[in-house]
Design a protein around this ligand. Structure first.
Ligand SMILES: *[C@@H]1O[C@H](CO)[C@@H](O)[C@H](O)[C@H]1NC(C)=O
Length: 268
């Protein structure tokens, strides 16, 4: 009984100590739990708290002049997972790069131990609801942890790694070249990955594609030996839907695949 009382007293003393010195609660062994944070960790914690104080993540950042928010987009193709020539579905493994500016997330590095970049969880900040429009099946969840890189000027870079299923069509069947190619047993498939925001129209979000091609520098391998990437292109245009008066911006990443002449194609 006496032992229990002194243990309770000891815990009480410890908790009083902890609350009187605020930031550093002590473990029962008396060792400090959080004192040993480095200046860099402290600066990042303070920065994270400062940036997210009064931040309302459902509000889209709006440029000072009221113009649409510019969202830069590019696509990095990592792998062709499968080409379903019957259903005309291309499965790819891609990195979808998006970058925009959120002035609420800017800071002066000299106030924060020279921290110039912060990894922020995407569930704590505004992220554009950009998705694959011509997706086949359920929307895919990003594979990697949902983290965005924020730099001190308020630039946010978010690059989820996604498995995408998009619908394709046979390429320019009407063209003479395609006709001859078909006679010779070559085939071409055109797959378009169309991205856009579901809720923000062209007066709110402007999509910009800084590159005119899909980035293939990380392209690893082709699971489907039968097809090779022949050509890619990127463009942004606007589409109007029945629902809404304003048009929406759509970024289209086109992949032209052709069958590899190394492999004789066995038509059914
Ligand atoms: C978007 O791309 C433009 C170049 O087209 C560049 O000047 C701008 O800094 C980029 N924005 C972000 C937030 O990275």
């Amino acid at each position: 009984m006496k032992g229990l009382i002194s243990l309770t007293t000891a815990m009480f003393v410890v908790s009083v100590q902890a609350s009187s010195i605020h930031l550093s609660p002590k473990g029962l062994d008396g060792r400090s739990v959080s004192d040993n944070r480095s200046p860099g960790t402290r600066a990042r914690e303070r920065l994270m708290n400062t940036l997210l104080e009064d931040y309302v993540k459902s509000v889209k950042p709006e440029p000072y002049d009221g113009s649409p928010l510019q969202v830069n987009m590019s696509l990095s193709l990592i792998n062709l997972d499968s080409v379903d020539t019957k259903e005309m579905i291309l499965e790819t493994h891609s990195l979808v790069w998006m970058a925009w500016k959120d002035e609420r997330l800017s800071w002066d590095p000299s106030d924060f131990h020279q921290v110039k970049m912060l990894h922020m969880p995407t569930d704590s900040i505004w992220i554009p609801d950009i998705d694959l429009f011509n997706n086949d099946g359920d929307a895919e969840k990003p594979m990697s942890d949902m983290i965005a890189d924020v730099t001190s000027d308020g630039s946010v870079i978010y690059a989820p790694e996604l498995h995408l299923k998009s619908l394709c069509e046979t390429g320019r069947e009407a063209s003479e070249a395609a006709r001859i190619a078909r006679i010779l047993g070559f085939r071409e498939i055109v797959c378009k990955l169309k991205f856009g925001s579901w809720t923000y129209d062209a007066t709110e979000i402007k999509l910009v594609t800084p590159t005119s091609q899909i980035d293939l520098s990380d392209f690893r391998r082709v699971s489907t030996d039968e097809f090779a990437v022949k050509h890619t292109s990127v463009e942004v245009d606007q589409e109007t839907f029945k629902c809404c008066p304003n048009p929406y911006q759509i970024a289209t990443f086109t992949i032209v695949l052709s069958n590899n002449p190394k492999y004789r194609y066995n038509t059914k």
